[in-house]
Ligand binder design. Sequence first.
Ligand SMILES: [Zn+2]
Ligand SMILES: [Zn+2]
Length: 292
Amino acid sequence: MQNYPPPQDLVEREIDAYIRENEKTAGTLRFYSRVYQLQRKWTDKMPPVATRKEQPAERQLSEGRPLLADNALVISEALFNETMSAVVSLAENESLPLPAGDLKAICRSMRAVEFFSDPVNLSMDKLFFFLSEYAGADESVLSTLAFLVRTAVKPFYVVYAREAGEKFSFKIWDRGICPVCGQLPMLAVLSAENGARTLECGLCHTRWEFYRRTCPACHNSDHESLSFFYLPEKSHRRVYVCHKCRFYVKTTVLKDLGRPIIPDLENAATMYLDFLAHKEGYSLFGPGDGTH
Ligand SMILES: [Zn+2]
Ligand SMILES: [Zn+2]
């Protein structure tokens, strides 16, 4: 299941709700709205995205391996240059911090298309390593740059995942990583009806159900080493943490919030929780080297 990019009217309504709650989020959320406009334009016109290798998808899923495991997308260099240019222009208009030098030229010289065709390289830890090593980006611009690269490459993954979501229900999928691209989840929601947990991938935006009391990163289900915390006045926004592997996932309780959300926007509006989680020593990288 996937619902990305979200429709404009829903985005506007949600942004208004977040700003009513905290007007300091306005700048970030309006920036997201502009990103969605680009994503809609790109994903609407993009032809189907193929993979490098044919793979027995059903079998792979039943074995707990994501569709893109040991595989990669075929990404058109011309289209990627187009999305990257638009993203760089957007960043310049917003005066976002960028590394010195021409980002598009950097991408060309490091054969970025090839590198970003494999989702393993788009996990946040790999991406941070790559960008600091090859693009010479320092800490101050790393997060922005990682966001921009993922924005430029995202439409290819979204279009692929949309088609995959039409073919497969992912009902048999019982892992904490995305069944399509293998990324760890960006955010979780607990359904208003029965409290079931749905995870959403921050790259291809596939949604899938996963056990509520199991760590998505290391599958630890020992309740003594799993817990969650929240700010007293905002108990519907929790941070589920695993003491074993130190992974955390922000989780919104829809029953308590009283309205459905756009997980991507909720993620952007709740950065204060990431700050708290990092301060407590939890991370979004999960255990191991992030290759899954
Ligand atoms: Zn994914
Ligand atoms: Zn864990």
